[in-house]
Design a protein around this ligand. Structure first.
Ligand SMILES: [Zn+2]
Length: 55
């Protein structure tokens, strides 16, 4: 799954480009090599969890 082009942060209402979002490990049991959480670079809010296993 490609990264989304843009994400919108509900918290600070910033539009974040997919490649500018901060990547973090997911919370929980998901494999961190396959799943990462994209976070807002402005406020740190979690935006989306994406599948990166095919990168
Ligand atoms: Zn934000």
């Amino acid at each position: 799954m490609p990264l989304p082009d843009t994400l919108e942060c509900d918290t600070c209402e910033t539009e974040v480009a997919g490649d500018e979002a901060i990547r973090r490990e997911t919370i929980g049991d998901l494999d961190p090599m396959k799943w990462q959480t994209l976070c807002c670079p402005n406020c740190g809010n979690r935006l989306k969890t994406v599948f990166v296993g095919d990168e």
